[in-house]
Design a protein around this ligand. Structure first.
Ligand code: PLP
Length: 492
């Protein structure tokens, strides 16, 4: 398979699509822009016919790996099937054409859906209140830690300068803490995947602002000492932040609010089945305990005594950390998640947790049976689990990335690799509840074959993939010298 040509390679001067972009009519329209910001020449746009545009994008999309084409067990990312019904609902003209600044009386239907979504998320997380404002998991984290900061400031508790983070954490956690002006102190994780409680007890103190945790952790196991951890941090005056990206495993089973967390973000684009990937749109609502309620990001949807809905903003919540974006959150993602929650209901949520856990444990057991090493063999998987290829790396010189690349030749998307950092040569595998047993078995067959190849012909794996538009890339160069801008041949 070769790569699709760039759309610029189809370009011929004067060629146009039928649906043309209207020309600017007023020559003075840009007169207010400073001269040095104005373009002198025409932009370098491809000139192509409409069928060429359609074919170009259709062919390009077909070269992608996607959840709509293949099994996609990317750990921590919850690449479950995105129901088409949810998409259809969000695309209803009444939703789609609503301007975010439309008057409240024109938006009652939308606001009622969002009010119900807030209530639903409160119930599944056990939190006191929910704001739908954050536009991504990382933004939810930012608003959560900003609330923790405001809480300590309001108490005149100025000495609290540190956020504790277990070493298995997602990279966004320490990044968030630093963005909010905190120092990060790492807490080690023990051999069985649980946080080292003795080390935590030593680390907490009057300097502790809070702890950020994912549970089940990114080691794919449920933190068994969570109540003791919560008590340790609370006793020291710190607050608990729950990274809810792994909510899929515990839906309908346990609630972060009941575990003692003060603030949590949810990744609706993961757990609640909205399309994501490639930096696409997300939604990272935050749930808060009573003591953080007054700091919630705005706006939130409130309901008046007469039953009508309104945007509750900083005039009513003066201690709020404020707005996180120009508008009210990512409407399209929130609507899809709302639809998903309403279709599944309470019973459905419990099934999500049960089947995602069952799929992960089935896959983990079968992969171990064909010769894979689990990172935590004594533990039951949550909705995801860790394998390590440290043994293959030592004996055959075959690394996790070699196995991952070879999987592409078997038409399987590779799992998350080299994350979390504390397990060498690892795969973090998350099958999700929407895959059939046959799909899981095909993945096991592929892995069994690859393990054989690793023994018999390690060089075959070093060169993989062979069937994709591009073969093995220089990943360091791709990351360090990323160049995505098209330049006309000969142009500087
Ligand atoms: C995905 C993820 C995040 C960040 O969420 P984004 O929406 O990508 O910003 C944070 N923590 C964990 C554990 C995640 O898997």
């Amino acid at each position: 398979m070769s790569t699709n040509p760039l759309i610029f390679e189809h370009s011929r001067p004067g060629r146009r699509a039928a649906a043309q972009i209207p020309r600017a009519v007023d020559d003075n329209a840009l007169a207010d822009l400073p001269a040095h910001l104005r373009r002198e020449g025409k932009p370098a746009l491809p000139e192509v016919s409409e069928p060429e545009v359609v074919r170009h994008y259709t062919n390009t999309s077909a070269q992608n790996f996607a959840i709509d084409k293949q099994f996609y067990p990317l750990g921590s990312c919850t690449m479950k099937y995105n129901p088409r019904g949810a998409n259809k609902a969000a695309m209803m003209p009444g939703f789609l054409a609503r301007h975010p600044l439309a008057p409240e009386r024109h938006s009652q239907g939308y606001m009622e859906c969002m009010h119900e979504l807030q209530d639903f998320l409160k119930e599944v997380t056990g939190m006191e209140d929910v704001s739908l404002a954050p536009m991504a998991g990382a933004q939810g984290e930012f608003s959560g830690v900003a609330m923790i900061r405001k809480y300590h400031e309001a108490n005149g508790d100025d000495e609290r300068s540190e956020i504790l983070i277990p070493e298995a954490a997602h990279g966004t956690n320490p990044a968030t803490a630093v963005m909010c002006g905190y120092k990060v102190r790492e807490v080690p994780v023990g051999k069985d995947g649980d946080v080292d409680l003795d080390a935590l007890k030593e680390a907490v103190g009057p300097q502790t602002a809070g702890l950020m945790m994912t549970n089940p952790s990114t080691c794919g196991v449920f933190e068994r000492k969570i109540e003791e951890i919560a008590k340790t941090v609370h006793d020291a005056g710190g607050l608990l932040y729950y990274d809810g990206a792994n909510l899929n495993a515990i839906l309908g089973k346990v609630r972060p609010g009941d575990m003692g967390f003060d603030v949590i973000h949810m990744n609706l684009h993961k757990t609640f089945a909205t399309p994501h990937g490639g930096g696409g749109p997300g939604a990272g609502p935050v749930g808060v305990s009573k003591r953080l309620q007054r700091y919630m990001p705005t706006p939130v949807v409130g309901q008046r005594d007469n039953g009508s809905f309104y945007w509750k903003d900083t005039d009513e919540l003066p201690d709020s950390i404020g707005h996180l974006s120009a508008f009210m959150g990512n409407a399209g993602v929130l609507l899809r998640a709302y639809f998903y929650a309403m279709v599944l209901g309470r019973e459905g949520m419990i099934r999500v947790g049960e089947y995602s856990t069952l799929a992960a444990n089935y896959l983990s057991k079968r992969l171990q049976d064909v010769g894979c090493d689990a990172a935590y063999p004594s533990r039951r998987a949550s909705h995801e689990f860790l394998l390590t290829f440290a043994r293959q790396a030592k004996h055959n010189g075959v690394t996790a990335v070699d196995v991952a690349k070879r999987l592409l030749d078997y038409n399987q998307h590779a799992p998350t690799v080299y994350f979390p950092l504390l397990v060498p040569e690892c795969f973090l595998i998350e099958p999700t509840e929407t895959e059939t047993k046959e799909a899981l078995d095909r993945f096991v067959d592929a892995m069994e074959n690859i393990l054989k190849e690793a023994k018999d012909d390690p060089d075959l794996l070093h060169g993989a993939p062979y069937t994709q538009p591009l073969t093995r890339l220089d990943e360091v160069q791709a990351a360090k010298e990323l160049d995505l801008a098209y330049k006309e041949e000969g142009a500087a």
